[in-house]
Design a protein around this ligand. Structure first.
Ligand code: ADP
Ligand code: GLC
Length: 474
């Protein structure tokens, strides 16, 4: 079974969030299932640099990719079978992969990711110059959303199956209707049953309509997506395709995320290092809570700020690493300046993210919605107790310390419902109580570290899904 995975970011080459972790882990997770996966990503500067070291060869050329030529380079890099779309007019830019220097989306994001999809469809329809052709296209998020549509329009009867995975329905790939012909989309798709979305074009909706199957990254989010509170306007079309929608939980790459200790006691060395690194006090009586997060409304960090006094009053501390909304960044910096128990690092820093997870007592993920969430999974694996909003994948991965959960000895964390300052303050009360009961706390840490967070089960689910779509592929 040959699968082409199409994504806009992929670990270890380029990452802004969990999508990259998942796109980077899938090929390794699926190999034991008999799936040979190649991954198509854009040739951003960091990717091109890695490729130069790897010795790439050209396997496809395009004369006109929305304003300039492009080609696909194949190489083995970062442990992956990569196909990289080199198109300097679209991807050779410094800075964020999605945002220009003004902090807004690059004005040509539609063309940039349409180009990725155009090429993906061609690989599926015609194969590469070396003869490789996938049995199935696995598209991730709106950036890969036009690929099934192009495939249908340009290569009807190609016999290549398509899957779209929705990592976050908040990002819909909206494009002004006026770009319809420039993006070479089939005009017939511009209807409410097609990719039209309130007068615009939605790349995500294109895939929801045109892919053979739709997956999302947790079973709970698959259910939430059908409701107006979470569907963000896509609930209607998703309901229509409900029979083809399934939630498959994300896993963790257990090699990439492997704690440097076997028991919770091993954390203390890293806790000390984290406290020193962040300039916190070493003798606080309460738990050291960590946050590693994009700073957006989704993540509920504003709620955390409102509830924080309770944690601090009870002797807890907060170490936060994140970047995003400038107003929230400023508010967090100010909080750190005012409270000795709060340390904030604004930025993106993979080494510090890891130290936070190694050294923290608890990891806070108070999201308003969370399709899956990975940091709570890292927390589990490292014995860093997750305190999470009761939503999406957070529901599916954390066993709450309710009286029943504690009695049965299975609890791994705390779920907060609803995500409000009041409820989170109460969760902090409970967290501190548990932390001050060393036997219970240690037991929860051990449960957390034993909780299966690998890819095995979900990889088998993806493989079964692929085989249901492309039964002849082997
Ligand atoms: P999302 O994809 O919505 O941002 P996830 O929890 O699925 O949320 O994934 C976030 C990923 O990005 C995790 O691997 C997390 O460690 C990482 N991450 C988020 N913010 C930062 C940061 N400031 N520095 C380093 N890593 C970060
Ligand atoms: C998205 C979601 C996050 C999920 C990640 C990987 O960024 O916000 O919940 O874990 O994708 O699927």
């Amino acid at each position: 079974m040959r699968v082409l995975s199409v994504a806009s970011e992929c670990v270890p080459l380029v990452k802004t969030g969990g999508l990259a972790d998942v796109a980077g882990a899938l090929p390794g997770a699926l190999a034991p299932q008999g799936v040979a996966m190649r991954t198509l990503i854009p040739g951003y500067p960091a990717v091109m640099a890695a490729l130069k070291r790897a010795g790439a060869r050209a396997v496809l050329a395009e004369a006109d990719l929305f304003g300039g030529p492009g080609r696909v380079l194949a190489a083995r890099a970062g442990g992956l079978d990569l196909l990289v779309l080199e198109a300097p007019h679209l991807f050779d830019r410094e800075g964020s992969i999605y945002l220009g220097p003004d902090g807004r989306d690059w004005p040509d994001n539609a063309e940039r990711f349409a180009a990725l999809c155009w090429v993906a469809a061609r690989i599926a329809g015609e194969g590469l110059d070396d003869g490789w052709r996938p049995d199935l296209l696995h598209c991730h998020d709106w950036q890969a959303g036009f690929a099934p549509t192009y495939l249908r329009a340009r290569y009807p009867g190609a016999g290549v199956g398509t899957v779209i995975t929705i990592h976050n329905v908040a990002f819909q790939g909206l494009v002004p209707a006026g770009k319809l012909s420039a993006l070479r989309l089939p005009p017939g798709g511009m209807t409410p049953d097609g990719f039209e979305f309130w007068g615009q074009i939605s790349a995500l909706k294109a895939a929801i309509v045109d892919a053979d199957r739709i997956t999302t990254v947790s079973p709970t989010y698959a259910g939430e997506l059908l409701r107006p509170e979470f569907g963000m306007g896509m609930e209607g079309i998703l309901r229509r395709r409900q029979a083809d929608l399934v939630g498959i939980l994300n896993g963790v790459d257990l090699d990439a995320w492997s704690p440097p200790y076997r028991t919770p006691a091993g954390k203390s060395r890293f806790r000390k290092r984290l406290i020193a690194e962040m300039g916190l006090g070493g003798d606080a009586p309460g738990p050291l809570c960590v946050v590693v997060s994009r700073l957006t409304g989704q993540k509920g960090i504003d709620v955390l700020v409102d509830a924080l006094p309770r944690l601090l009053d009870e002797g807890g501390q907060l170490a936060l690493l994140g970047s995003g909304d400038p107003a929230l960044e400023a508010r967090l910096r100010e909080l750190a300046a005012r409270h000795a128990g709060v340390a904030v690092r604004i930025g993106y820093d993979e080494a510090l993210a890891r130290l936070m997870i190694e050294g923290g007592d608890a990891i806070l993920v108070p999201s308003r919605f969370e399709p899956c969430g990975l940091t709570q999974l890292y927390g589990l694996r490292y014995g860093t107790i997750p305190v999470v909003g009761y939503t999406g994948g957070l529901v599916d991965t954390v066993i709450p310390a309710t009286p029943a959960g504690l009695r049965a000895g299975v609890a791994t964390g705390i779920q907060v419902h609803p995500v409000s300052a009041d409820a989170l303050s109460r969760a902090f009360d409970q967290l501190v109580r548990l932390y001050r009961s060393p036997d219970i706390w240690r037991a929860m840490q051990r449960n957390a570290m034993r909780h299966p967070v690998g890819w095995d089960r979900s990889a088998a689910e993806y493989a079964a899904l692929y085989r249901a779509i492309a039964p002849d592929a082997g």
